[in-house]
Design a protein around this ligand. Structure first.
Ligand SMILES: O=C(CO)COP(=O)(O)O
Length: 171
């Protein structure tokens, strides 16, 4: 249906679907593979809960979520990975730039080890969770933060500042 409507992108694996609808890592992986097979581009969300972060399992959680996708697809050209810590989504509690960078770097290393150096280099890893005009520049300056998945702030004029933060690293 999305394809027929000319919609090019789909967001899959959002934490609300994982938690409220019980979508497993494997089910999200299947959906990613199917969407790609239909010609859609995919923003695939991964991210840990507060409990998981506090127990030190953040990287294990996002690696398992990414692995379930990697096992089901060969071509990463049309995939963007979105790191969205569950505790930061719609809460006003944004990950610090260092927290985001640490996970993005971990995800890129995971891709390098488990998929390929090329995919690790070329796949965009974007951050989502309480991004605002006020915090976007510092986040965007981090080397492995390639953009944002924005909820609430996309409805406000400050969204322009978030879009413009894409130029922070090249400035
Ligand atoms: O869930 C989100 C985007 O998918 C993030 O929403 P917020 O930017 O409102 O935290």
């Amino acid at each position: 249906m999305l394809v027929n409507l000319g919609i090019p992108w789909v967001i899959l694996g959002h934490s609300e679907r994982r938690s409220l609808l019980g979508e497993s890592n494997e089910f999200v992986g299947d959906k990613v593979a199917y969407a790609l097979s239909q010609g859609l581009k995919v923003i695939a969300c991964v991210g840990e809960t507060l409990e998981q972060r506090e127990s030190g399992s953040t990287m294990d959680v996002v690696a398992a979520q990414t692995k379930a996708i990697a096992e089901r697809i060969k071509d990463w050209t049309n995939v963007v990975v979105a790191y969205e810590p569950v505790w930061a989504i719609g809460t006003g509690k944004v990950a610090t730039p260092d927290q985001a960078q640490e996970v993005h770097d971990g995800l890129r290393k995971w891709l390098a080890t488990n998929v390929s150096a090329e995919v690790a280099e070329s796949t965009r890893i974007i951050y989502g969770g309480s991004v605002t005009g006020a915090n976007c520049k510092e986040l965007a300056a981090k080397p492995d933060v390639d953009g944002f998945l924005v909820g609430g702030a996309s409805l406000k004029p400050e969204f322009i500042d978030i879009i413009n933060s894409a130029t922070v690293k090249s400035a």
